[in-house]
Design a protein around this ligand. Sequence first.
Ligand SMILES: *Cc1c(COP(=O)(O)O)cnc(C)c1O
Length: 370
Amino acid sequence: MVDLKSQYEKIKPEVDAAIQNVLNNTAFINGPEVKAFQAELEQYLGAKHVIPCANGTDALQIAMMALDLKPGDEVITADFTYVATAEVIALLGLKPVLVDVIPDTFDIDINAIEKAITPKTKAIVPVHLFGQCANMEALMALAKKHNLHVIEDTAQAIGAEYIYADGTRKKAGTIGTIGCTSFFPSKNLGCYGDGGAIFTNDDALAAKIRMIANHGQSVQYVHDSIGVNSRLDSIQAAILRIKLRDLDNYAAARNKAADYYDKAFAGNSKLKTPARAKYSDHVFHQYTLQLNGVDRAALRDFLASKDIPAMIYYPIPLHMQKAYLDPRYKAGDFPVTEKLCDCVVSLPMHTELDEETLKYITSSVLEFCN
Ligand SMILES: *Cc1c(COP(=O)(O)O)cnc(C)c1O
């Protein structure tokens, strides 16, 4: 699905030197590389504060801890997402309230959010799924009306830009109260291990997030709140500094591959290509087709026989996962998500897809789906 090796080969001299530099300096934790990466990411995103942490799941958890949510408070998120989003809500004793998505862009459904709001609702967690922003202008208006926090899960969309109706743009993750991202190796800005970050433009909130990520410590050995231990290490930061410089080029390469796929599959009634929202550009974390009248398992087997991986993101809606079963929800409650889980398939998507590979992949898919 991703070709991290070819990508690494292209930046190997820089990356190897940067890692060696960290080894020479032995500032493995909170060293100058972490501070430099933080400043460079702030600059890139146009965010006032970036707080690096250990992974994207921690980023979401720390964000929710910083908002002082209380057990029983309701947090609304999409039913069609990676489990981490709902996991941290449940882990903190908050109540995950799931809502459906819209079929063509896979975005959280704003009308469904509005219907799910109760007096106990405290926050909304939109997920910028597969590399494209949720409808943030409508979502922020709704949040403002009901005085709710917004935590953007931008683990799959770092670098994507939200496009306002008046044409102004903001980077994904810098619009809500807090933004959270992941630097897992296969993410669009991936390190060579685990990593994550939290963004906010609010000074007081940034200080609190920093404190929570560092054992709730205000001054050394003085702990003002219960925190966690969540750090980005210096080797990962050094690698991320190099890859951040290429992030826009990486997005362009992904878009080029997506355009190739779109063109190849256009007009095939069995393959619905991913829609591009008018309010977001797309960084194509995933290229996800919706199949219509195609045996998905057989297609995957066929592609596998040709050494082409194809993955299902995601096969089971959150409300049907054993860990998240809840008497509030039953099969049929989120028809869009349930249908998507049955019909989506994601094709290889990364920065190193050349035309020959794309041709091989598309002709194989079409061979099966014609
Ligand atoms: C990857 C991902 C996460 C979690 O990030 P980790 O770094 O793996 O903890 C959270 N949300 C979404 C939508 C993701 O894709």
